[in-house]
Design a binder for this molecule. Sequence first.
Ligand code: PAF
Length: 308
Amino acid sequence: MRVTIVGPGSVGLLWAVRLAQAGAEVTILDHRPERAAQLNQTGIFLEDAEGETHLNLAVSADPDQALAGAELALVCVKAYHTAEAARTLAAHLPGPARALTLQNGAGNVEVLVAALGAERVLGGITSEGATLLAPGRARHAGRGQTHLGRAEGPPDAFVLALAELFNRAGFATSPAQGAQNLIWTKLVINVGINALTAILGVPNGRLLDLPAARELMAAAVAEVLAVAGPLRVQFLHADMPAQVEQVAARTAANISSMLQDVRAHRRTEVEFINGAVCRRGAEMDVATPVNRTLTSLVLALEQGYNGS
Ligand code: PAF
């Protein structure tokens, strides 16, 4: 399968290397031309417990070049770049090709569907741990589970073939019914973990050791579950509060993506995670004071980056 990875972040690089090793033809699209040129020269590095893999993959900032012949575009950009990625795909992704988002946060599937149509969009979630160490260099920090489905409807032959390719590439992947159920499942986990770890500056597992943090985690999760209630989401797990704690325990040593962003003084995805819960809550008259406070605290951290 010809796959174009959109965005050379931690998840993008992890998938690029593993898919190439599994026999896929992989190209990376990077919207920053200088970095694309640099990665084209240096190649891509992936570290894991067994050592380091170094592959020379084609990296381009030219969408026509990077998406030529693609059968799948794997969207791995930050949520605040999804609209730009969707515009690029609408203009350059070949007719029958599909786009799959594995991003954190709410709203990515909707943005891609608006640009490409529901038939061409897949949504998925992953708990594979990935850390960006430097441009073109990532660490596979821990193994997880991946689920993927169509924006609407049951898995079709393409979803099944993709799940098979991902499994061959070493990602434990299951096809699923309905991307929204997946996205909301991941959203609840991110709501419970990401902002709190970013604010407190702690690895995921530490939230379970600090009683006040654990209480806030439960309160933030209760709010997102209240918002999801009327939407009839079918979560992947029967007991979501327990699942959030299990993920924090399983990824205890991980630095969450939001804490990685804060440490690197990058914009975070808080407005697409806790902030999205507040926006949906406001539409439905569900109070979300804990998520509002967590969102404001993370935004305040971002506003402090330049020392002001
Ligand atoms: O965003 C993240 O860091 C991850 O989605 C998760 C599951 C919280 C683990 O760190």
